[in-house]
Design a protein around this ligand. Structure first.
Ligand code: KG4
Ligand code: ZN
Length: 339
């Protein structure tokens, strides 16, 4: 049984084909980085138009890679929430049309739950119940993931998401877009202890995050508190040390809060997903936490951490339960948990 899944929530157009036993047959991602780089961030309308242009060629490529035809597809999956509404609309309307034309079930998948399910796909075995950390451009949230489809929100960011902070600090340091990989490369050249940057709620019991003060602290460290403007730093120790110190501050907070969530829930499994979890220093720090506290850590390969359609295989669970979406399925921009 083959599922065809569509992801158009932000700036990656992706189509995947997977089976009911969670085998990925194709996972094609058409990145829009080239289109958004000159704006220094994702421009929603540009993203939506690019999805419109790229979705069907991406689907064609996925079918070719899987060596299948549309007639071989038994269900259509679409990630309809959360995301940029104009971007989501492209994927949702294509998915509905396909389901109607092929006369196969339509299934909706939640992008956040899918990011955690990517860890299940990569593990090749059950990972639930677990603590789930989603760290992406739009979210930094900790969940008690009871089943693939039953998440209790333990806490999230009260301002910027971790990925957003990476992107903004990259802009401050003149490192370009997308910021995460650029900051990671620069941080490898610097000293993570060079600057004492804030770690919000670090010693606090609250399972919440705040990265906006950290972002401002990087700006002040560079230009002083009296101004928010100044020339971009060139290559050298200041830029590298700031990147390394910033990255370390984010990692320290993420790791500490994962530890707290694991203790609070009394769980011994941690699943991590979202673009920021592609960061090698974060992965290393989480591995250290896992070894220290006897935690089974599940982080997918970087290609499954960032946005992709294969993670929509979380919908296979719905297919087993026959909870199908109807043809009036909507695009829902904000995340609504199920608790
Ligand atoms: O999950 P994702 O691909 O899209 C969203 O759902 O937001 O995450 C994108 C975010 C961006 O903010 C990007 O800068 C960040 O993930 N990111 C990274 C790395 N790779 C991507 N952050 C830190 N280190 C990385 N290597
Ligand atoms: Zn995402």
């Amino acid at each position: 049984m083959n599922f065809l899944a569509i992801e158009t929530s932000c700036d990656e157009t992706s189509v995947a084909i997977f089976t009911d036993d969670l085998r990925i047959r194709a996972n094609v991602v058409a990145s829009q980085i080239d289109l958004h780089a000159r704006f220094g961030g994702v421009v929603p309308e540009v993203a939506a138009r690019a999805h419109l242009q790229r979705l069907l060629p991406t689907m064609d490529e996925a079918l070719k890679q899987a060596n299948l035809k549309l007639a071989d597809i038994g269900a259509i999956v679409v990630m309809n929430s959360p995301g940029l509404v104009g971007a989501l609309l492209v994927g949702v309307s294509a998915a509905k049309m396909l389901a109607l034309t092929l006369d196969v079930p339509l299934l909706d998948a939640n992008h956040i739950e899918a990011h955690i399910f990517a860890a299940r796909m990569a593990a090749g075995r059950d990972i639930f119940p677990c603590v789930g950390l989603v760290v992406s451009g739009g979210h930094t949230s900790l969940f008690h993931c009871k089943t693939p489809l039953d998440f209790e929100l333990l806490g999230g960011t009260i301002d910027d998401a971790a990925g957003e902070a990476f992107d903004k600090v990259a802009a401050t340091l003149g490192l370009g877009f997308p910021g995460g990989p650029a900051v990671e490369r620069e941080a490898a050249l610097g000293d993570p202890k060079a600057y004492a940057l804030p770690r919000s709620f670090f010693k606090d019991d609250r399972l919440e995050f705040s990265f906006s003060g950290l972002k401002t602290a990087v700006l002040y460290a560079l230009h002083g508190p009296s101004t928010t403007r100044g020339p971009l730093p060139g290559p050298g120790p200041v830029r590298a040390n700031l990147a390394a110190s910033f990255q370390q501050a984010v990692i320290d907070v993420l790791v500490a809060k994962c530890g707290q969530a694991l203790r609070r829930t009394n769980l011994k499994r941690l699943a991590v997903g979202g673009g920021v979890s592609a960061n090698r220093a974060l992965r290393g720090a989480l591995e250290t936490l896992g070894q220290r506290d006897g935690i089974d850590l599940f982080i997918p390969s970087p290609a499954l951490c960032t946005d992709n359609a294969a993670m929509a295989a979380v919908a296979v669970e719905k297919w087993h339960r026959r909870t199908f979406a109807s043809l009036d399925l909507d695009a829902v921009p904000t995340y609504h948990g199920n608790d």
